[in-house]
Design a protein around this ligand. Structure first.
Ligand code: NO5
Ligand code: CA
Ligand code: CA
Ligand code: ZN
Length: 428
């Protein structure tokens, strides 16, 4: 018992670039009875499925498989068991929120909650991966549906969160949606119907590197971008200016590397936007994009926004009058339910290279941005107190469900389903 974790040098050879050994005493499995919280570890000396099975049999969850390594989420006891099996175990450096805000989920806590939910609801939920962030953190991808192991012919929905590092409330929103769809299944008829007739994709953390950096050291850094270095030594690309439709077209982003809205050297230069792009492209089957509707969660201002962001024109190439009307009608419905203000994204300010412009123009996804609580800096701005999490995530329950309900035919919002969705099966 109580063996120490191996020092970082042991891992240097396996090419894991983003891990930092913590104080070994602090990571020692028996150092504290209070530390039965799960944490992230990298396990070395893993050479195949048999090794992974042995590691998994300790109760730890295997989050990703590397070259001779696996990343796991484990309690201290589980980590100790893995060590006793003869593997090298190193705690991944994770940051946590200031004590007053500890109800917010840092990266490891988010992973642990997702792993737990996947374990508790194996019939309807799977935890998959989009791939890795710039610094090598796994970007979880959640699927929720009946017959979850099968790709069924059901309208697919995407909810993504946390493109911007300091917008931590959006991770809570994604975790809320995971709980809502899993715990509500078989209890709430509306949720049950959606889980049975939709395939729901949730990406809770588009920017894990920025999110961890933002809380590093126990204080907030007011960080927005990812953590990818630029050639001039500054770090960070604004992920929501890095998408590939009208990239850098219209002064809605910055070419200056130090800028908060630096768009990167090229569209999809950030690994994180590439990961989600590649996933969305993978949902194009037989030329038909399976994802029909999406919400990209941000904070703050309490707004429901729709395309385009790059132009103030209400209609533009790829966005015809009826489509614009359907966007505005849906946005209005959502806003009536959550009390936000509905408007075209560019009414706030011009953005180019945003996710919703790409999702709509390139993939035909009815994509919205929600800017969550609060509506003023006085209420906490990007850092509202943890006490608001429950109410401010539940506030979007109805709008999130409506999005999924309308995913079979968004034109129903303007009564034009016969004209545009005649062949849709319209399961409700
Ligand atoms: C967003 C929206 C306008 C899309 C953005 O404050 S935010 O950065 N969350 N606003 O500028 O990307
Ligand atoms: Ca299904
Ligand atoms: Ca499908
Ligand atoms: Zn944002």
């Amino acid at each position: 018992m109580g063996r120490r974790v191996v020092p970082m040098v042991a891992l240097a050879v396996v090419g894991v670039v983003t891990l930092f050994a913590v104080n070994p005493a602090a990571a020692s499995p028996t150092s504290s009875k209070y530390q039965q919280k799960s944490a992230s570890y990298v396990v070395g000396g893993v050479h195949g499925a048999a090794d992974r099975d042995r590691i998994g049999s300790t109760g730890a969850s295997i989050d990703s498989v590397g070259d001779g390594t696996v990343a796991v989420t484990a309690t201290p006891d589980e980590a100790a068991r893995i060590e006793r099996l003869g593997y090298r175990v190193t705690r991944t450096r994770t940051e946590s929120f200031p004590a007053a805000d500890s109800a917010y989920h840092d990266y490891a806590e988010m992973q642990a909650e997702l792993d737990q939910a996947a374990k508790a609801y194996p019939q309807i939920m799977r935890k998959l991966s989009l791939g890795k962030s710039y610094e090598g953190r796994d970007m979880p991808l959640i699927k929720i549906s009946d017959n979850v192991a099968k790709d069924e012919d059901e309208p697919e929905i995407l909810y993504d969160a946390h493109q911007h590092a300091r917008e931590h409330l959006t991770v809570e929103m994604a975790l809320y949606l995971v709980r809502m769809f899993t715990e509500g299944y078989g209890k709430d008829p509306r949720i049950t119907r959606l889980v049975n007739t939709r395939e729901i994709w949730i990406v809770p953390d588009m920017n894990p590197d920025g999110g961890e950096y933002d809380i590093a050291g126990g204080y907030y850094h007011n960080w927005r971008k990812n953590r990818q270095p630029t050639n001039a030594g500054y770090k960070g690309v604004d992920l929501n200016r890095n998408w590939g439709y009208k990239f850098a077209c219209c002064d809605g982003s910055s070419p200056v590397v130090s800028s908060e809205t630096y768009h990167g050297p090229a569209a999809f230069s950030a690994p994180e936007t590439r990961r989600l792009r590649d996933f969305v492209l993978s949902r194009r089957i037989g030329g038909v994009q399976q994802i029909k509707a999406a919400i990209d969660f941000h904070t703050y201002s309490e707004l429901v926004l729709w395309p385009y962001g790059y132009t103030t024109m209400t209609t533009a190439p790829g966005l015809g009058a009826d489509q614009q009307k359907a966007f505005a009608a849906l946005g209005g419905l959502f806003a009536r339910s959550n009390g936000y203000t509905p408007e075209q994204s560019s009414s706030l300010y011009i953005t180019d290279g945003s996710i919703i412009d790409w999702l709509w123009a390139a993939q035909g996804v009815w994509a919205f941005t929600f800017e969550m609580y609060p509506n003023s800096p006085a209420k906490g701005g990007f850092y509202p107190p943890a006490g608001v999490i429950a109410a401010q995530t539940a506030r979007n329950k109805d709008a999130s469900l409506m999005l999924a309900e309308y995913a079979d035919c968004a034109f129903r919002a303007i009564g034009k389903q016969e004209q545009y969705c005649a062949t849709a099966s319209s399961p409700r």
